[in-house]
Design a protein around this ligand. Sequence first.
Ligand code: NAD
Ligand code: 3PG
Length: 527
Amino acid sequence: MFNILIADPLSEDGIQPLRAADNMNIVVDTGLKPEELMEKIGKFDALLVRSQTKVTREIIEQASNLKIIARAGVGVDNIDLEAATENGIIVVNAPNGNTNSAAEHTMAMIMSLSRNIPQAYLSLKEKKWDRKKYVGVEVKNKTLGIVGLGRIGAEVAYRAKGQRMNVIAYDPFLTKEKADNMGIGYGTLDEVLEAADFITIHTPLLKETKHMIDSDAFGKMKDGVQIVNCARGGIIDEDALYHAIVSGKVAGAAMDVFEEEPFTDHRLLELPEVIATPHLGASTFEAQETVAIDVSHDVAGFLNGEPVKNPVNLPSLPKEILNTIEPYFNLSEKLGEFLIGRTEDVAEEINISYAGDLYDVEVAPLSRNAVKGFLKRHLGDHVNDVNALYLAERKGISIHENKTASTKGFTNLISVEVVMKSGKRSVSGTLLNGLGARIVKVDGYNVDVTPKGHIVVINHKDIPGVIGKMGSLLARHEINIATMQVDRSDIGGNAIMMLTVDRHLDEKELDTLKELEEIYEVTAIDL
Ligand SMILES: NC(=O)c1ccc[n+]([C@@H]2O[C@H](COP(=O)([O-])OP(=O)(O)OC[C@H]3O[C@@H](n4cnc5c(N)ncnc54)[C@H](O)[C@@H]3O)[C@@H](O)[C@H]2O)c1
Ligand SMILES: O=C(O)[C@H](O)COP(=O)(O)O
């Protein structure tokens, strides 16, 4: 018998697949305080949650019997995935079940903003018949800027077109072809912010998207812009939003999600321009039933030895395969992470080649790991080595794998190449006997760098003095160079310099390096 804990309110109809299994003992105990959950979790084999319950490391470490955590919804930012993976607990979610509801809620927010519906309703409840104060704007022919064109962003785009809005979107994986097929425009983040009358955010909350909409971003928007966040609190900087509204830059904001939830006592809620709902995007009978069915199937199946449909973290691999390829796992992922740092355009193809010792080894898990490293900068914890290829395909990136026995000097070599419209980038790495992983080639140049820490790649002209100038500039910013590698195509031609430095370089510091006329390109990559 397996013990299942349902810790957040789930649809009763949706959990029927679990109730139908004859070896499940289901306990529904919602609203537990962290210390209560910590005390109880030890006897459970499965934990089902929505976004309220925070499944922290402390809780996971008390969960000695836990095999699976299921999130009945999309965002897994309330679950410590690293702790779950470290403790061998698989995490699953239900990524598709609430897409429609979240898109509909977003449209309701846009329409409520444009016609002041919540404000007018409150006024009428106070027995005021105020028709002048609540004159709105039509959305027809207005431009909707969508930041993040994944499942929900795309559904919002289709609905907004139905309202005859002009739609422009930014997503790192959005190509012109895809935008054309959807009948929408596409641009950089700045272009979208500058063009839009209404902006709606649909990205996950990641290191990269945290406070993506800050005071700088508000500065780029049209005066009188209206903004919606039905994605995750923290993507919009709430203090910056408050000032942008008070200054008159932003005419209205609709928020379903907040940096700290519950969000009941905040100065934003006192502004008449702000309308808000308490994280209701997925709160429909339909969505709740679907997500509960999805996770119930995965939990019942997994506990009975079947593969899961929507894994979020690492699954286990057969021991024989794992033993041979485990040493290469970190290297393959780091090569992917390095490459996305040098991918300045939309990726269309990723080619992964294996040579030498890797010729007759099962390398598919390494390819998935390399693709995971490449995608995770934009897709975050949602991507893992099981779903990496599927997600790449969904983003329109084709993956190719090939093997060769010869290696020209290395006993083993993994090369990852990205093909974009604007050209190609590549990186190769090897495991040096006893010395660990090394990056040994970047875009065909020979280098020797450990794939770890803060790496700066500089493409420059091969003329005397560049190395000295670069050293002085970095010294001026008090940045210590730990290692330096240089290689060139030919004397006086193109050259590459790879530095490892002691700390992260911010955008401003990078810009000062780019000012040197001998420098073509500088990228900073933190591995
Ligand atoms: N309010 C709610 O109740 C509710 C309901 C469902 C989902 N959500 C949230 O909505 C968000 C979107 O969910 P989804 O199912 O569409 O996810 P998704 O993974 O399908 O789409 C997210 C998209 O964001 C893009 N992205 C990543 N980084 C970006 C960046 N820096 N700039 C622009 N785009 C970027 C990704 O490429 C991807 O296409 C998530 O945060 C999810 O948790 C909220
Ligand atoms: O990420 C999600 O799926 C949504 O934010 C829904 O969260 P909820 O299940 O707590 O409503």
